[in-house]
Ligand binder design. Structure first.
Ligand SMILES: [Zn+2]
Length: 792
């Protein structure tokens, strides 16, 4: 499910959990495997539901493929832990082997949408791609189980309903979107990332694979299978989107909503039509399904493009999250029926639904958005390239291209709004098919604090601000000679005789420093946070080439520059406390900065201490040092109260021996206070307040590379009332409008002008109140971590 909620105990015994017949030859054959091989003994499967083990999936799909001429099974990459990502495409035999033709036909939709609409009107036998995503959250087992049953049905059955659906559609099943999570019985993939929060960042191989699939097919309908939601309304079991407000303004929401509510009702009707087949008590009194948009005013929104179906909506899909009520065979049946309801609905309405999908692209291409206020979309975004450090803009352009967004590169200098940009400047012109996606990635966002009482997850994600590249929006006509960009490949160069300056300007710059340090190259760092090396051009050229940076010479290394060394970083591991792995984003940020990072669980620190490490990073919930944990959380924290005492003792002796302690975010800051490592008062706001804030950085030392009126990101905001002579390296801007974009209602005014980065005066303890490594997304803030690590 989307919410962090632990499934309750169910009164379903294993004995009743026998496979049911769904009208086809044979149900799936559940195979019991060793519980130690795949964690069906997990506390997240306390129903002991005998789900299909991931290790059985490949053989099952191969067996189905053998007995059918409608099925294509592919492995489309591997998960973070190296498990195969299976994709099954099912179409009637006349369509198999012609997918390329259908895909190029789909591409007509955004090359020449008018023509595509005409073609569809004249060729009613066209086939529509529908994509179904299995169990993106590892512990929500029923999704992939329903998917496998559907694959078996559409591969082998010949009833009228099956045949009708296959005559009208191509079914694309992303069978197990998160194999690591299924094997480990966790919500996350092997890197600890919640994949259903990763669709704006796309940091993980599983997400990248799904983005590729979505781009390849531009599915008309996208269904994402989850669990578990029950009793959200009286006798309403399960949940089917569309969502409550606020809806993101970058959608062509009118076109989506014209069909999404009715499609949800069709799914509900299919479930209710099969009501007598369900065996659990919960289902006996079921009167329908909870449809957030129909049944509520707020609380389950589709605002951020981090969720899979919401992301797919920007590619024209009618996207729905489906939350089964229970983790058992009834849950599988519910999911199976819901998907059948959508398939039948899409089949009945495909002509009109596809016309509206194409209409979305047409609005983009024609820059004609009748649903939006005039001037909502700018004419273009101009992306100037920093000559010395083009790496961030290059990453952004690659990301835009990976997302089907057209980017141009000026082949001559041009002037817009009185400003002249050089040749080589990138342009995203907004008269394009996927304008909504381009805008949701490039805009600044908005402050929606007053629009709704609470948001589900993040409310701001601006790539320019949080990745740290310039994107100038313009409402003026852009007259420029430009060429289409197909790929970006930039090699770094070294010029001059040295010494060389590596400006502290990006993640890639710090990564280069760490690469050189690991190679034994001497690097020093000055008070403003920039790096220098006196090594020869030859020595550093390979690493520089790889980095993409343009490294030049300076006359001499500043006198205040001190040598830095390769450091061993330990990060406190959150294995899944409260179904979150809050340290994972920071861990990935540190890795991308080039540090050696080791995860240490709270028990490890208590038992073994921190010997061998130079830096200890705490980036996660304060519950990691709690001695009062629920049964479900116990395995991730201390096993007894003595371990807290030992943890505290070991962290203190680590500090006494010259170790460095860095806390990131609200939970870690509170824990730091509990551990007695700070005397500052730690103030926090609500856990679902988050957004982009204006920050005044000191601009040297801890905050070298940042400045006044700069940007930060908060999630469960935290600030400090400082005691004594601690160094205050950054404050929230002291103006009423310091909150730039996102959602934050309570006590926002209290935080204005307050400290957000401080260093204790007598201990090497740094508190970073900003989300320096949030979900591998806040690249622009990653250097707050490296600054703190390198600062003596
Ligand atoms: Zn889920």
């Amino acid at each position: 499910m989307k919410k962090k909620k632990i499934a309750g105990l169910l009164a379903v015994s294993l004995l009743t959990a026998v496979p049911f017949s769904t009208g086809f030859a044979e149900g799936p054959k559940w195979t019991n495997v060793n519980v130690y091989e795949e964690q069906d003994g997990s506390k997240f499967n306390n129903e002991n539901y005998d789900f299909m083990k991931f290790s059985q999936v490949g053989a099952k799909l191969t067996a189905i493929e053998k007995q059918s001429n409608r099925v294509k099974v592919e492995v489309r990459g591997t998960s973070a832990d190296g498990h195969p990502l299976y994709v099954v495409t099912i179409a009637d035999p006349t369509t198999q082997g012609k997918f390329g033709k259908f895909q190029s036909l789909r591409k007509q939709m955004f090359k020449n949408p008018g023509k595509a609409q005409d073609w569809i009107a004249n060729n009613p036998d066209f086939k529509v791609p529908i994509m179904i995503n299995g169990s993106i959250h590892g512990t929500e087992f029923v999704g992939s189980d329903a998917v496998i049953q559907l694959i078996e049905r559409f591969a082998t059955q010949n009833d009228a309903e099956t045949k009708n659906i296959l005559e009208n559609n191509i079914l694309i099943f992303n069978v197990v979107q998160n194999p690591d999570g299924r094997v480990d019985a966790t919500r996350f993939n092997g890197e600890g990332i919640d994949l259903n929060r990763d669709f704006i960042t796309q940091s993980q191989p599983e997400t990248q694979e799904t983005v590729e699939l979505i781009k390849e097919w531009n599915p008309m309908v996208f269904l994402d299978t989850h669990g578990y939601v029950k009793n959200y309304g009286p006798n309403l079991q399960g949940l089917i989107e569309p969502c409550t407000p606020p809806h993101n303004p970058n959608y062509e929401y009118d076109l989506y909503n014209k069909w999404a509510v009715d499609q949800a009702k069709a799914m509900e009707a299919e479930i209710m039509g099969d009501k007598e087949s369900f065996t659990g008590n919960l289902y006996q009194s079921m009167e329908g399904v909870y449809v957030p948009q129909r049944d509520d005013a707020a609380g389950w929104d589709d605002y951020p493009p981090i969720f899979t179906p919401m992301y797919a909506m920007y590619h024209g899909a009618y996207g729905h999250t489906l939350e089964a009520p229970t983790n058992d065979l009834d849950g599988v049946r519910w999911m199976y029926n819901a998907i059948m309801g959508a398939l039948n609905f899409a089949t009945e309405n495909k002509q009109a639904m596809i016309a509206d999908q194409i209409e979305m692209f047409k609005r983009g291409i024609n820059f004609d958005h009748p649903f939006h206020e005039e001037g909502f979309f700018p004419n273009a975004y101009i992306l100037p390239v920093d000559e010395k450090d083009p790496t961030v803009t290059n990453k952004a352009v690659k990301h835009l291209l990976n997302n089907d967004i057209e980017v141009k590169e000026a082949t001559k200098a041009f002037t817009v709004d009185g400003k002249t940009y050089p040749k080589g400047t990138y342009l995203v012109q907004m008269d394009q098919a996927k304008a909504g996606l381009a805008n949701t990635m490039l805009w600044d966002g908005e402050d929606i604090s007053n629009d709704t009482p609470a948001m589900y997850d993040i409310s701001a994600w601006s790539l320019p601000e949080l990745w740290g590249f310039e994107a100038v929006e313009t409402y003026s006509p852009v007259d420029v000679t430009a060429k289409q960009v197909n790929q970006v490949t930039v090699q770094g160069t070294v010029t001059g005789k040295g010494p060389y300056l590596i400006a502290n300007s990006s993640v890639k710059a710090v990564e280069l420093v760490n690469t050189l340090l690991k190679e034994g190259v001497a690097v020093s760092r000055d008070a403003s946070g920039d790096f220098y090396t006196t090594a020869s051009a030859n020595t550093i050229s390979d690493a520089v080439k790889e980095s993409g940076l343009q490294i030049g010479s300076v006359s001499s290394v500043p006198g205040d520059a001190a040598e830095v060394s390769s450091l061993q970083v330990a990060i406190l591991k959150d294995g899944g406390m409260g179904k979150a792995q809050s340290h994972s984003g920071t861990k990935l940020a540190l890795k991308r900065l080039g540090f050696e990072v080791t995860e240490v669980a709270p028990v490890d620190v208590a038992v073994k201490g921190l010997e061998g490490f130079d830096v200890f990073v705490y980036s996660g919930t304060e519950s990691l040092i709690s001695t009062n944990l629920s049964a479900a959380n116990k395995e991730f924290g201390f096993q007894n109260p003595e371990q807290l005492t030992a943890f505290q003792r070991n962290v203190n002796s680590f500090l006494d021996n010259g170790g460095k302690y860095i806390a990131v975010g609200a939970g870690a800051s509170r824990a730091t206070w509990t551990l007695g490592l700070t005397d500052n008062t730690v103030k926090t706001a609500g856990s679902n307040s988050n957004g982009i804030v204006k920050v005044d950085y000191l601009g040297e030392g801890l905050t070298g590379g940042y400045g006044q009126d700069d940007i930060g990101f908060v999630y469960r905001p935290v600030w400090y009332i400082v005691k004594g002579n601690d160094e205050v390296a950054a404050t929230l801007d002291n103006s009423e409008d310091f909150f730039v974009a996102g959602h934050w209602i309570n006590n926002k005014a209290d935080a204005q002008g307050q400290a957000v980065i401080v260093k204790e005066e007598n201990k090497d303890v740094t508190l970073i109140g900003l989300e320096a490594g949030f979900r591998d997304h806040t690249d622009y803030l990653f250097r707050l971590l490296s600054n703190s690590i390198f600062e003596k």
